[in-house]
Each structure stands twice: as C-alpha cells, then as structure tokens.
Design a protein around this ligand. Structure first.
Ligand code: OGA
Ligand code: MN
Length: 290
C-alpha cells in the first residue's frame, strides 16, 4: 500500500470527553471527500458520543454541503430563510447591537415537530465572539438510563406532542421580535400544527433509549391533561439538564460540530452582547422516531 494511503486512515484520532458524551476528532481533512473507512469511523463516533467536534476545519459553504451529504440527504428547514444560492444552508447570525435571546437559546432538539426530524445538525463557526456564545449539549440517552425503573415504566407507553408554535407561530416569541433580529425567521400559522412522537425513542444505530422531549417544542403529552403533563415534563427537563449530562462546547472560528438530534438537546448561550457571532448550518434528514 502506498505510504500516503496507509497513513491517511491512521491519522484520525477520536478523543472522547471524560463522560463519554461528546468527542473531538483530529487528523482528518473535512474539505475533501472522506475515505469510506474514515467516514465510517466518524459515523461511529457520532453515534457513540452524540456530539462530535472537529477543530480547524474552515470549510467553504460548498465544502460544508458536500461534507453534510456524506451523512445523508439534507433535512428540510421550514422557518428560517436559507442563504442566497445555498438552499440547504442557514446562517445563524447575531449582530453586536442585538439584545434578544440568541437563536436556539433554550433547550431543544432541532425540528422535533417534524414527522421525520433531522438526524444530525452540522454547524460551522465563522465569527466567534471573544466572550460567551458557548453551546450546551445534553445527553438524553444517559439521562434516560439514569431514571428509576418505575419512572421508565411510567414513560414507556407515553407519546409527546411537539409543535413549533412557541418558537415560530403567529403568537411566538420570535414573531414579536422579528424586527430586532438579523436572522430571516419565517413566522407561519403552519407552526401551530402538532406532531406526536414516542416520549422515549430508540436510537436506530446504537439501540439506546433516550428522552425525546424539549421545553421549546414539546407542548404536551397525548391523552394527559396539562395539569398532569406539565409537572411531569418539568420534572424530566430538570433531570435532563443536570451537570453530569452536559457537554459545554466552547467555539473557535473554523470549527465543525455535528450532533445527533435523536439523543441530545442543545441550548445556545448568550453572554456576548456587543459582539457578532456567525455560524453556518445544515441538517441531515432523519427517520420517524420509534
Ligand atoms: C441551531 C442551534 C446553536 C448555536 O443551529 O440549531 O441551535 O450555538 N444553534 O448557535
Ligand atoms: Mn438548534
């Protein structure tokens, strides 16, 4: 085997976080098509660690699109206008004079109100403020596993109701703040539609179960009155966001992060008023949760 080909597959290094949730990958160039073995290793790390960080990968938008397509077809992004000439790339942008909550600034799993929510989201950092702007990730599989057996039994048959209404509906927070944001958010009555998914979903690759709910997109539990569902959901959210289930990601420019929406939630933190933050974002289509 030529030396280059031999070493190409060997340089890749996966360094998990101490908890096993989140990992960093170095020794690979994401701007070029990936060798099948390398792609397989990245996919395995993504499934195993939930959030995978690639430092120093200043991809162009075309390279970000090509990297994304190696994981599957693009997902459908309904409530943010895509970038000109790049129908599958969103720009996540906050300007120095913005005072509103950052885009994604509360716990959620991307587009969980869809029939087939995206399996992955990929974010590439362009401009990172000198302070703040971290992203928190929560390990919803480990959180599920840590629940008492009685709680797991109680949750097994439940189905959660998801909707984009709180974020993108005509009465949503974003709808009142459109003029205060740089991002082209689309508010629509479509957002008030609801979709039901199992409250505990099983990961199609790892077989691990995870809580599949979030304070942004879960609006209730099927067949349960709000005065019973709301306290149960609140208790589960409190359980999910405990320190031992969190990976806090600190960005530098030119990083690529891919996360698994099927077993994680995330939350974009602020703390950088007066500074600009710009990211580019794609999603990979997923399957109906089971
Ligand atoms: C997103 C999102 C987090 C961030 O793009 O879906 O939630 O830190 N972004 O920008
Ligand atoms: Mn998000």
């Amino acid at each position: 085997m030529p030396k280059d080909a031999e070493s190409a597959g060997r340089e890749i290094t996966v360094t998990p976080q101490p908890t096993g949730f989140g990992a960093e990958i170095t020794g690979v160039d994401l701007s070029r098509p990936l060798e099948p073995m390398v792609l397989a290793e990245i996919k395995a790390a993504w499934a195993r660690h939930g959030v995978v960080v690639f430092p120093d990968q200043p991809l162009t938008l075309e390279q970000l699109e090509a990297f994304t397509l190696q994981f599957g077809p693009f997902g459908h992004d309904p409530y943010v206008k895509p970038m000109e000439g790049h129908p599958n790339v969103l720009e996540v942008r906050r300007e120095p004079d913005e005072k509103v909550t950052p885009f994604g600034g509360n716990w959620h799993s991307d587009w969980s109100f869809q029939a087939q929510p995206p399996a992955a989201t990929i974010l590439r950092s362009e401009i990172i403020p000198p302070v703040g702007g971290d992203t928190l990730y929560c390990d919803a599989a480990s959180a599920y596993e840590a629940l008492p057996d009685a709680t797991k039994a109680k949750l097994a048959a439940l189905r959660a109701i998801h909707s984009a209404s709180k974020a993108y509906g005509p009465d949503s927070a974003y709808s009142r703040e459109l003029h205060l944001r740089a991002m082209p958010i689309i508010v629509s009555p479509e957002a008030d539609k609801t979709y039901v998914h199992p409250l505990v979903r099983t990961h199609p690759v790892t077989g691990r179960k995870a809580l599949f709910i979030s304070p942004v997109y879960t609006v209730g539990i099927e067949g349960m009155a709000p005065n019973a569902a709301d306290p149960l959901l609140a208790e589960l959210y409190k359980h999910l966001v405990q320190d031992q289930f969190i990976y806090r990601h600190r960005w530098r420019p030119g990083m690529v992060v891919i996360w698994d929406n099927r077993c994680t939630m995330h939350n974009a933190l602020g703390g950088y008023d007066g500074h600009r933050r710009v990211m580019h974002r794609t999603t990979v289509a997923g399957e109906a949760p089971i």
